[in-house]
Design a protein around this ligand. Structure first.
Ligand code: GLY
Length: 375
């Protein structure tokens, strides 16, 4: 079957299942499933980094079905996030994940001015985390690790949030947003990407001089390892920097990381939590596969000749592996992708994680030729 046919057929299964999932979880802020049931990150947990993805997923479904029910749920979530927007300690480098998928998309689609205001506040806060000496955007706030000095920490995940700054530049024409996003991307290419194309999760800079101090294993197996979701954030994140700036060096960096990812993809097409994890326990991570697939489809779209096929085939292989081996199509459970893993050394393993579904559906929509795009 051709790519478009495969994607369309799989999206029919998505529509059938998501109708039930959205009704059951309508007013929740889901993140992770236990035995197929989503939790709820509303209330005290409203600042959690994944809390924009339910909105993003609802907008995906609105695009796929045209049903206003989904748009109403996305906007309800966007409004709930206002509590987070007024909570300084709950804002960080992840503002993009929360407001690109909710208010920015809502503004671009409907011209809603409250949504525009939310989006510019979130972008301005994120720009304010820029460390000019080190040319990086600071990651978490002090309370996340009260016993450590994390003022100079930056993480690879931030690459996926840069489109909030690119959007703010495109919207306001104020180049501060562009300078910050581009400088962060350049510094990340310089300090996170290894010779072989693998990337570090966390890099510590001296917050006063800006010099690189060291790296940490973060959510991967250990120091010097290769956390697959981090590689995936980098593949898609550098591709997005290329798409917003047109600067070839970002596409070349994305390809270098994608080549490493492809070279380390097992024959099964199932992606491990860390490409350098031991044989046991060998946790799978469907979120990494779905995110990387989105990045590789975009790389393919922006390439010529052989590269076009190489990245598209690699993406298709991972999506089919999820569909055939690590997906749950039963409408009575909440997650589609199973086998999402939070981190190698802590957190939930091989379970449903909301953004695994979000990126899986985004990838299928890309393959089907949809122009849906939130980044
Ligand atoms: N951004 C955190 C994670 O990927 O788990």
């Amino acid at each position: 079957m051709d790519c478009i046919g495969y994607a369309e057929e799989t999206l029919e299964k998505v529509k059938a299942k998501m109708k039930e999932v959205a009704k059951r979880n309508a007013h929740k802020v889901p993140y992770i499933t236990t035995a197929g049931i989503y939790d709820n990150r509303d209330g005290d947990a409203i600042s959690w980094w994944t809390n924009g993805f339910w909105g993003g997923l609802m907008w995906e479904m609105e695009k796929l079905t045209g049903d206003k029910f989904y748009a109403d749920l996305a906007i309800e979530l966007e409004e709930k996030l206002d509590v987070n927007l007024m909570d300084y300690e709950g804002l960080d480098h992840d503002n993009g994940f929360k407001w690109l998928l909710t208010s920015v998309y809502h503004y671009k689609k409907d011209g809603d001015m409250k949504a525009r205001n939310r989006s510019l506040l979130a972008a301005s806060h994120m720009a304010g985390r820029y460390n000019a000496a080190g040319r990086f955007i600071r990651a978490w706030n002090d309370h996340v690790r009260p016993d450590e000095d994390i003022r100079g920490w930056a993480i690879i995940d931030c690459m996926m949030n840069l489109p909030l700054l690119y959007w703010a530049y495109e919207e306001t024409k104020d180049p501060r947003f562009l300078h910050i996003a581009r400088n962060h991307a350049d510094r990340t290419a310089e300090c996170f990407v290894r010779e072989d194309g693998s990337v570090c999760h966390i890099v510590e800079f001296d917050p006063f001089t800006g010099e690189r101090v060291r790296s940490y294993g973060g959510q991967g197996f250990g120091h010097g390892s290769s956390w697959a979701r981090g590689q995936a954030w980098a593949v898609y994140g550098f591709t997005l920097s290329y798409m917003h700036t047109g600067e070839e060096r970002f596409l070349n960096t994305a390809k270098k990381i994608a080549n490493y990812f492809i070279a380390n993809t097992p024959e099964s097409g199932l992606i491990p939590c860390d490409f350098r994890q031991p044989a046991e326990p060998d946790y799978e991570d469907t979120t990494a596969a779905a995110i990387a697939a989105c990045g590789m489809i975009e790389i393919s779209r922006h390439s010529e000749g052989r590269d076009k096929d190489v990245y598209l085939s690699a993406a298709l292989k991972m999506l089919k592996a999820i569909d055939e081996k690590s997906a749950d199509w039963d409408p009575s459970t909440d997650n589609i992708t199973t086998k999402g893993t939070v981190a190698y050394n802590y957190g939930e393993k091989e379970t449903g994680i909301l953004y695994g579904d979000y990126f899986f559906i985004e990838a299928l929509m890309k393959l089907s030729g949809s122009d849906f795009f939130q980044w």
